[in-house]
Ligand binder design. Sequence first.
Ligand code: ZN
Length: 434
Amino acid sequence: MITDLLNWLDESTCNFLAIAAIERELNKAGYNELKMTDSWKIVKGGKYYVKKNDSAIFAISVGKGDFAENGMRIISAHSDSPCFKIKPNAEIYGDGGVVSLNVEKYGGGILYTWFDRPLSISGRIMLKGDDYLHPKTVLVDIKRPVATIPHLAIHFNRGVNEGNTLSVQKDMKPVLGYFSKDEIADMKNRGGAVKSIVANHLGIKPEDILEYELCLYPYEKSGLVGMNKEYFQSARIDDLSMAFAGLEALLCNNGESAATNILAIFDNEETGSGTKQGAASPILKSIIERLAISLDSENGKDTFYKAVANSFMISADDAHAWHPNYNEKYDPTNHPVIGGGPVIKINANCKYMTDSVGAAVFAELCRQAGVRYQYFVNHSDVAGGSTLGNISSSQLDLSGVDMGNAIWAMHSARETAGVSDHEDTVKVFTEFYK
Ligand code: ZN
């Protein structure tokens, strides 16, 4: 089970590739794609998915029961992680033929974890389509270490270990290599190094690339760590580990559930969810409305409201594990540990959707699945983060819970989580979808 997760994490080097991996698994399991541009004919027991922007996906296993009465069991997670996005006209030409890249920070990553690592490039490009409104999308992963962000030597900054402010524009530019004058002239003719790398990889002409959305990703593979291999380390554990836990649970369901099971993977959580593929968009609501209308052509609206009122959402996004070096940062009585099971997230100022109803439902679900659970509450003097749950409930009148697994170094280029926690969460999600 953990090997599957590690392979998925390695394959999902950005939001687009994570969604492509989930789509492939859904296709293998007999799910059919529904397009928002088509008419829908939904049947009970049917398996469908809807993609949005190639970076969000909504898998639906329609229940055998009554849609309105039995409602939906929804698990949500997000496909994006902090990274560096490559700007247009990104090439910066330096002394000795050194070419580096102008990049922008995506989300709130821990910048210095990105130094001195082998980096590769992935994302999507646009090629000419049938007409100008429909460019053709191609996903790309260079899959070899083509860049690195070298740190300044300590001799030029003796105070580096006493705290070092970083500028994304100055300090974080990845270096691609050094090239001869002729190579650089050729590179410029071909539209720059980025388009050349991608075009070479795909066997196309650089001038065919209309636009790109590419990011840098840490090239090292994920792996197990610890005396007893109790931890796993990888990039993008937040939140792909939760997305894949949801997928594993959905795929092992026998399709006999009365309720309709939905796995909703949104994009852009790390930048506030405010895009057409984010949790603040109407996308999930639109999908559920169309399910209701297709299942009940006479009273679709009524069915929609009843189904939503009979539903429950697990908003799954990783939590902060107690760190042995920083006890003072944590709440004295509620600090989840790695290996302690899934974490219920609670916040008095409603940063999370969890209330006592949601917590009680989830705790009972854990008991039913035979899994331990724990709580995360912020240290009262520390402001915490927020996540998908509340943002989704501003679009859909849902009750639910915010939960996640406890991890270290959230938003590092390499995060650490617990093997048994992943297994436990899959058990709980499987129970939820039953
Ligand atoms: Zn997250």
